[in-house]
Design a protein around this ligand. Structure first.
Ligand code: LLP
Length: 418
């Protein structure tokens, strides 16, 4: 569900024609729909209304502070994985007591920042990390609230790069080691065990893996209570998939139903860390056709957005729908849509049926709101795209396009080479 669609033969985001935005900001550009973000958040949040819960939006999916601010106004918390994401969340006004800090490699400085800010909890991924957290807490003389992230060894049946809950993955702590670590932590006055956590992967399109993980977490939860601990937060991570092409992910209501069924008797506050399902279909990447060219066996459409702007097709062989900004009934042809970067992996679509396009035409790469801009880079010295947030009949440039000067501003030529 999203608010991008054709009106009188032209693609609109909500009530604003895409062409109008492009006229001001150029291409390539990311365009987000605030109304879509709000709708997704509300549907997700209200699906859990029958139990105590906090929705900690996963900042990594789209960390623009304007997007965070839209979510903050709906009562969202944040799931963060770095000091940078902490700063962004706080800047957007997300209350620290709704922030969970995940990630396998938190630095001491990041822990210090987060503990001083008064976050809800640290999701700790190893014994060494927990020991480091205790040192930081001692230094600040402030006990650190934490949950251990369990690796429940379930297969989320998604792309291997975004599976995180299998034994062979670097994430979390194996089930059998979790209780001994909590026992150890219990002895330390600077460590405050407040919950239990797991995140098994991303773009998950069936309910079974979530249920399997929850089943395992419940067992550990009971053991924690038997140990005399009083866990309060059960963090189930993110991961609910979206429709890019023909996937059939469960509806948020179905996903919530399954979780509520299993978790309602635990007297826990359930934490959820959705990212993609909130913003994925709320954003597009608009790009312009630079050239078309026909080789003996193939036709290429060369556009001005490359893998540096949207890496998902190159990195995960991800599918993103591509549609023309001006509706056309031109004959369809099979093409590769490729960018200007000097790599053969620089494509947005392969062997894709598209209506015939020509130089200067605009194309919209759909479902690019999650893991789009945030994973973009300056490879080939390409300034990063602007980000635009549409709300009703208004739009705001919420990040301007980078300039070449921005790119070289941090570099210098040492005196001997001048
Ligand atoms: N919580 C934790 C601890 C995570 O690591 C992630 C995502 C999430 C929540 C949010 O998951 P979501 O609801 O968005 O599935 N770049 C990849 C996705 C990487 C996901 C990393 N972790 C992509 O473009 O598909």
């Amino acid at each position: 569900m999203h608010y991008f669609g054709y009106k009188n033969g032209e693609l609109y985001c909500e009530e604003v024609p895409i062409k109008k935005i492009v006229k001001e900001v150029g291409t390539p550009a990311y365009i987000y729909s605030a109304k879509t973000i709000r709708r997704h958040f509300k549907v997700f949040d209200s699906s859990f209304k029958s139990i105590d819960h906090i929705i900690c939006y996963s900042v990594k999916a789209n960390s623009n502070i304007a997007v965070l601010s839209v979510l903050k106004h709906l009562g969202a918390g944040a799931d963060i994985v770095s000091g940078g994401e902490l700063k962004r969340a706080l800047k957007a006004g997300i209350p620290p007591e709704k922030i969970a800090f995940s990630g396998v490699g938190k630095t001491l400085e990041e822990m210090e920042m987060a503990l001083s800010a008064g976050i809800l909890m640290f999701n700790v991924e190893s014994l060494e990390e927990l020991e480091a957290l205790a040192e930081v807490a001692k230094k600040l003389n402030k006990p650190a609230p934490f949950a251990l992230r369990v690796n429940p060894d379930v297969d989320p049946q998604t792309h291997p790069y975004i599976s995180t809950g299998l034994k062979k993955n670097k994430f979390g702590i194996p089930e059998e080691l979790v209780i001994p670590i909590y026992k150890k932590a219990k002895e330390n006055p600077y460590l405050k065990p407040v919950g239990l956590d797991a995140h098994i992967g991303s773009q998950i399109t069936s309910i079974a893996p979530f249920k399997d993980a929850l089943y395992r977490l419940k067992k550990i939860w009971e053991e924690l209570i038997n140990l005399g601990l009083e866990p309060k937060y059960l963090d189930l991570g993110g991961g609910l998939g979206i429709i890019y092409n023909e996937e059939e992910p469960p509806l948020p209501q179905e996903y919530a139903e399954a979780i509520i069924q299993e978790a309602k008797d635990l007297k826990a506050t359930i934490i959820l860390e959705p990212g993609r399902v909130i913003v994925g279909n709320a954003g597009i990447l608009v790009t312009k056709v630079l050239y078309t060219k026909e080789n003996i066996s193939k036709k290429f459409v060369i556009v001005d957005a490359g893998m540096n702007d949207l890496i998902r097709p190159a990195f995960y062989q991800a599918y993103h729908k591509i549609i023309p900004v001006e509706e056309t009934f031109a004959e369809e042809e099979v093409v590769d849509v490729v960018g200007p970067i000097c790599e053969s992996s620089d494509f947005l679509a392969k062997e894709r049926k598209l209506p015939r396009v020509k130089r200067g035409d605009l194309l919209a790469v759909m479902s690019a709101g999650a893991y789009g801009f945030v994973m973009s880079s300056n490879y080939n010295s390409r300034p990063r795209c602007p980000e635009i947030l549409v709300d009703g009949n208004k739009y705001f440039v919420v990040r301007r396009r980078e300039t070449i000067e921005d790119l070289i501003a941090l570099e210098s030529i040492p005196a001997p080479y001048l």
